[in-house]
Design a protein around this ligand. Structure first.
Ligand code: SF4
Length: 355
């Protein structure tokens, strides 16, 4: 057996070559395109939230998609270099999936890397259509009872980078090894293993089956995957829960925040936008506009450093400027804050410090 070493990259474990889809995901450069919450399987560990499970809705990152412009806008906001198509099972909405692949390739070019997850068997015609539409990589959710290996073989024949994506269920390393050997024998490209995570929807089932939970991970899942990896002679990537929640999401937020930050906002280490805001009692936009003009004149503030946000009915500026204004210009009808918010479309506020 070839003894390729297991490397630790960004909190993940890799043996052999890392799939391209994972490489871009690691640097936060992949748009996560959720094309449907529907799936024909009912895995006990499925982590889909109530809001998404079984619902035929589309999400681009954390944004509910109302039309294709939302997908393009979300990809542009984060300067995505690719997309990971997921669900539910994207194959349940195959036509929609294909139309989105075409759309993304048309908008962002051939090099925009697209990978897709599926839990369904796909025939050669479907795979050829996916490939022709621009799909670069496909990952089948195989398991030993519900074999999708024939589809893996067909996808390879069609010409896509092809692998499998499975969870690591504690004490089932033999299954992981079996799957890896099978993939190797049919000349697939990789196996991606996910550390098993608990969510509000799978927690009860996981506990009922006798698994222990520590925080948001299933105890033993990581160790099982690592034990299996040591015995596997194949390209394997173990995606840890802590990595997904911290590094992957954080990198995506930082990437988006740097791209969308206004001149007066700065990007925190966690990828949040930080700025100063002024609320005026009454929240009249006309009043806020006049106040902005007054502040520009009185304090010599540059035009690009102070802005009236009509949606949130407030004045926004930099942290330095708000501190000066709060000290020098305190009036009973004005409130001054430093706020932190996500660089997402809904700009969810995470912190508000009164001055
Ligand atoms: S195949 Fe995937 S999406 Fe479907 S139930 Fe299982 S984990 Fe959930």
């Amino acid at each position: 057996m070839r003894s390729t070493k297991i490397k630790k990259i960004n909190g993940n474990f890799v043996k052999g070559e890392l799939p391209e889809g994972c490489r871009l995901c690691m640097i936060g450069a992949k748009l996560v395109l959720f094309v449907t919450g529907k799936c024909l399987r009912s895995c006990f560990y499925c982590p889909l939230s109530e809001r998404r499970r079984g619902k035929d809705s589309v999400w681009a990152n954390e944004r509910l998609v109302g039309g294709v412009h939302d997908i393009i806008d979300e990809a542009e906001r984060m300067q995505a270099l690719g997309a990971g198509i997921t669900g539910g099972d994207p194959a349940v909405a195959l036509k929609r999936t294909i139309s989105y692949i075409k759309l993304l390739k048309r908008e962002f070019g051939e090099d925009f890397h697209i990978h897709m997850y599926t839990a369904s068997p796909l025939n050669k015609e479907d795979l050829e259509e996916l490939y022709a539409s621009g799909l670069d990589e496909i990952r089948f959710h195989v398991n030993i009872d519900h074999s999708l290996f024939k589809s893996v073989e067909l996808a390879k024949e069609v010409g896509m980078s092809t692998g499998a994506e499975i969870p690591s269920i504690p004490q089932r390393e033999d299954e992981i090894i079996y799957i890896a050997e099978k993939l190797k024998s049919i000349e697939a490209d990789f196996l991606n293993i996910n550390e098993l995570e608990v969510s509000e929807t799978n927690y009860e089932r996981i506990k009922d089956l006798g698994y222990d939970v520590d925080g948001y991970v299933v105890v033993g899942s990581l160790e099982t995957a690592l034990r299996a990896m040591r015995k596997i002679d194949f390209n394997v990537h173990l995606c840890t829960a802590s990595y997904k929640d911290s590094v992957q999401l954080r990198n995506r937020l930082i990437r988006t925040a740097i791209n969308v930050a206004k001149d007066y906002e700065y990007v925190s280490e966690d990828g949040l936008l930080v700025k100063g805001v002024i609320y005026a009692r009454g929240d009249k936009i006309e009043y806020l506009k006049k106040l902005r003009e007054l502040l520009i004149k009185k304090f010599g503030i540059e035009e690009n450093m102070i802005y009236v946000d009509e949606e949130k009915k407030r004045i926004e500026t930099s942290v330095d400027i708000i501190e000066t204004l709060a000290r020098a210009f305190k009036r009973r009808n004005l409130e001054f804050y430093i706020v932190e918010e996500y660089p997402t479309r809904d700009r969810l506020e995470t912190e508000r410090i009164p001055l």
